[in-house]
Design a protein around this ligand. Structure first.
Ligand SMILES: *[C@@H]1O[C@H](CO)[C@@H](O)[C@H](O)[C@H]1NC(C)=O
Ligand SMILES: *[C@@H]1O[C@H](CO)[C@@H](O)[C@H](O)[C@H]1NC(C)=O
Ligand SMILES: *[C@@H]1O[C@H](CO)[C@@H](O)[C@H](O)[C@H]1NC(C)=O
Ligand SMILES: *[C@@H]1O[C@H](CO)[C@@H](O)[C@H](O)[C@H]1NC(C)=O
Ligand SMILES: *[C@@H]1O[C@H](CO)[C@@H](O)[C@H](O)[C@H]1NC(C)=O
Ligand SMILES: *[C@@H]1O[C@H](CO)[C@@H](O)[C@H](O)[C@H]1NC(C)=O
Ligand SMILES: *[C@@H]1O[C@H](CO)[C@@H](O)[C@H](O)[C@H]1NC(C)=O
Ligand SMILES: *[C@@H]1O[C@H](CO)[C@@H](O)[C@H](O)[C@H]1NC(C)=O
Length: 442
């Protein structure tokens, strides 16, 4: 139970943190590792698993978008399957290090806490125990970061009230109570580490839908007030995801001042204002106005991928989705353009990969034919995807790494298409910038 005095000091801490980090020049650099569930896993299994996860996540989003009261919160399928990125961070005092999924499609930061009964999933690192940390506090229910704030609006929460919340993510969920802790970011040398007190997070003691041994929680990087980005008060963050074939190098996430694109060839496009209701309010919407393959502009109706007034449709960039998802009208244009350039026979690779368009290579050692780059035309910026970022090889299959869905749904730029690109989310300026980069050397 915390006294009113403790609550007040917590509230002050939270506002101090924002001020401290925003002016802290030594900003945060975090390594991201991609989950390769098993090095022997062949690419098709990887794609199939990733796709299954994407689809769960997506279906839940569609459901949420269609719920009139917007009560379904930030649904994403959280089972860390191949294609998710993990960041290392540490919680509490003394700091306990763990890895969590880095997700721009949701907000809450959470980890499993002791005591934990049978409803916790197996995690690779020891459980965090709030009672062993000198910096743990209960987040008061009347905090602006309380997930119970809406439910309690207009009432005076009892002193010591702690918010318990069942956060759903597609077919997954986690039951948390909200606390406040000191987190440590930056995995390598202490000089590069940042310790930040007063971060609101969820202590989970029950979850469902997880099937992993690689992550011990999740870090939301979305637009909402509970996300790491919002709580740190950093106006921008960037990441650079290494090539999918590269299983050795780590990717990088930069938060704060060091998140800047020093690369050449930087392009920028404004974020489009998204719906104000959850979970869509969390997403980073972009204005995709067209797609070209090589020099050919595909005939995609101008409004095919735009956000509608009722909050449906639109196009978002997401670190937690693997395969790009397009409305069927746009997808069929892409598909036809790819088919027109490839002389190999198409084959039904859906059983092996879950992908709709696959070609048969003469043998598992044949190189795929050369393909021109694909350009995503955003408002004011062209994103050029080399063939390796939109086609995927798997033994003797060579597939378009994109999926279709019913027209009118939410379209998503997945992380496969973001490989070897340094991507800067400038939430202060409301722009997304990107530049081709060799992410293994960043
Ligand atoms: C929260 O409630 C406590 C009393 O229970 C009060 O002292 C405090 O000022 C309130 N904080 C906010 C942010 O409303
Ligand atoms: C959380 O919600 C999910 C989905 O609605 C449900 O299956 C699960 O039992 C709930 N968990 C708790 C602890 O209430
Ligand atoms: C989780 O913690 C809450 C609050 O302490 C408690 O009510 C609940 O029974 C716990 N759930 C499990 C599965 O231990
Ligand atoms: C969990 O993963 C194992 C092995 O990867 C798989 O066989 C099993 O079907 C999965 N369970 C669920 C509930 O997805
Ligand atoms: C990755 O590491 C393995 C084992 O250390 C090594 O055999 C392999 O050549 C490396 N691959 C690349 C692309 O560097
Ligand atoms: C970009 O340059 C600035 C100033 O020299 C530096 O602080 C920052 O770390 C660099 N960022 C990257 C991603 O290299
Ligand atoms: C999207 O970009 C086009 C072309 O620049 C512009 O005409 C349109 O107004 C933009 N839409 C939104 C919602 O910003
Ligand atoms: C996706 O495309 C395939 C063929 O390319 C088609 O059979 C299927 O109906 C499409 N799905 C949707 C949801 O439009």
């Amino acid at each position: 139970m915390s006294s009113p005095t403790q609550m007040a000091s917590l509230a002050i801490l939270v506002s101090l943190v924002c001020a401290a980090l925003a002016s802290d020049a030594a900003a945060v650099r975090v390594e991201l590792t991609r989950i390769h569930a098993d090095p022997s896993l062949i690419a098709s299994q990887f794609v199939r698993d990733a796709l299954r996860r994407d689809m769960h996540r997506h279906n839940a989003r569609q459901l949420a978008a269609s719920s009139s009261d917007g009560t379904v919160s930030a649904p994403t399928q959280i089972s860390p399957t191949p294609g998710e990125y993990l960041m290392t961070l540490a919680i509490g005092t003394p700091p306990l290090s763990y890895q969590a999924i880095a997700d721009t499609g949701s907000d809450l930061i959470w980890t499993q806490c002791a005591p934990c009964s049978s409803q916790c999933f197996q995690q690779p690192t020891p459980l965090y125990n709030p009672s062993s940390s000198t910096t743990f506090g209960v987040l008061p229910c009347n905090s602006s970061l309380s997930m119970c704030a809406a439910a309690l609006a207009g009432t005076t929460p009892p002193p010591g009230c702690a918010c318990m919340y069942n956060q759903t993510y597609g077919s997954g969920w986690t039951f948390v109570f909200q606390g406040s802790e000191t987190f440590t970011f930056g995995s390598s040398t202490p000089a590069n580490q940042a310790r930040v007190p007063g971060i609101a997070f969820g202590c989970s003691n029950a979850s469902g839908g997880f099937n992993t041994s690689s992550a011990s929680g999740l870090v939301g990087l979305g637009r909402g007030s509970l996300s790491l980005v919002s709580q740190l008060g950093v106006p921008k963050f960037s990441y650079c995801l290494t090539a999918y074939q590269d299983t050795n190098s780590t990717s990088t996430l930069l938060l704060g001042p060091s998140a800047s694109l020093n690369d050449t060839g930087v392009s920028s496009t404004p974020f489009v204002a998204g719906p104000s209701s959850a979970p869509m309010s969390t997403y980073y919407y972009l204005n995709l106005t067209g797609i070209s393959l090589g020099t050919t502009a595909l005939s995609i109706p101008p409004n095919a991928l735009s956000l509608k007034a009722d909050g449906t449709g639109g196009f978002i960039i997401d670190s937690g989705t693997t395969i790009t998802l397009l409305g069927n009208t746009a997808y069929q244009q892409v598909r036809a353009a790819v088919v027109s350039l490839v002389t190999l026979a198409t084959t039904d690779g859906s059983a092996a990969t879950g992908l709709d368009l696959c070609f048969e290579l003469p043998s598992s050692t044949s190189s795929p034919p050369a393909m021109p780059s694909m350009t995503l035309h955003f408002d004011g910026a062209d994103m050029v995807l080399p063939a390796e970022s939109y086609m995927m090889s798997d033994s003797d299959l060579w597939c378009l790494a994109m999926q279709n869905q019913t027209d009118g749904g939410l379209s998503i730029l997945g992380n496969y298409q973001q490989q070897n690109m340094h991507i800067l989310y400038d939430v202060g300026q409301e722009t997304l910038s990107f530049a081709p980069a060799k992410c293994s050397t960043l």
